[in-house]
Design a protein around this ligand. Structure first.
Ligand code: PGA
Length: 250
């Protein structure tokens, strides 16, 4: 599928007009781009208004609920997302873990729900500043991934995309060193290989996210050998976002 560039718009922009403008500018900008797949994850409300027939531009959601339907005020189910042409979904983003008390157990349920709806989940994992200082990064990743994968078969796990996002690097301008990202990638591969079988590594995509800019983007692909990027802030700035895509497609 080539390199995957996921745009996490978070709670932006504040108008539909702004969302359409951003989406259409990206669409135009990547028309002739090869070898890169771009996934835009807008706020739920805008999803119906953003359409792409292009094979290199897909839609994702920023969250999902684990039940199909019923009395769950405010929630959006996997079927609803599918119905609107969504193919990817971010699960377990650190902002959700932190501000909305999402637990590993909830993340596990969301992951299962996304997989059974045939959506491609992008599972986010990463250590906080404090955990990094205590040198607990690897332990945290191990625990987050193992709990998220509970009860998920190898066949299903082949469709999971992982995003290593150190919490201290998100939106801070403090990006992670490529060799540290590579170390985490190797650990994540080891966890999957041990839990399932070595052949799963042929399917496993690992992204990096956290203060990605046009200046550092290529390092994460080339030096850290990741399969793509999860981009927040810079995905809202058309010129910078397109610059990253173009650099990577070369
Ligand atoms: P950032 O966000 O690029 O603004 O650091 C990344 C993310 O939260 O996924």
């Amino acid at each position: 599928m080539g390199t995957l560039i996921v745009a996490n718009w978070k709670c932006n922009p504040t108008t539909l007009k702004g969302a359409k403008l951003l989406f259409n500018s990206i669409k135009k900008g990547i028309k002739d781009i090869k070898k890169v797949k771009v996934v835009i994850c807008p706020p739920f409300l805008y999803i119906t208004n953003l359409k792409s027939q292009m094979s290199n531009l897909k839609l994702g959601a920023q969250d999902i609920f684990w039940e199909e339907k019923g009395a769950f005020t405010g929630e959006i189910s996997p079927s609803m997302l599918k119905d609107f042409g969504v193919e990817y979904v971010i699960i377990g983003h650190s902002e959700r873990r932190r501000y909305f008390n999402e637990t590993d157990e909830m993340i596990n349920k969301k992951l299962k729900a996304a997989l059974s709806a045939k959506l491609r989940p992008i599972l986010c994992v990463g250590e906080t500043e404090l955990e990094k200082r205590k040198d607990e990064g690897l332990r945290v990743l191990n625990s987050q991934v193992s709990k998220a994968l509970k009860g998920i078969s190898e066949n299903e796990a082949r469709r999971i995309i992982l995003a290593y996002e150190p919490v201290w690097a998100i939106g801070t301008g403090r990006s992670c060193l490529p060799n540290s990202v590579l170390e985490k990638k190797l650990l994540l591969q080891r966890i999957f290989k041990k839990r399932y079988s070595p052949s799963i590594l042929g399917n496993l995509k690992i992204l990096y996210g956290g203060s990605v800019t046009p200046e550092n983007a290529l390092l994460y692909i080339k030096e850290a050998q990741t399969d793509g990027l999860l981009i927040g802030g810079v995905s809202l700035v058309v010129e910078k976002f397109l610059k990253i895509i173009k650099l990577i497609s070369k």
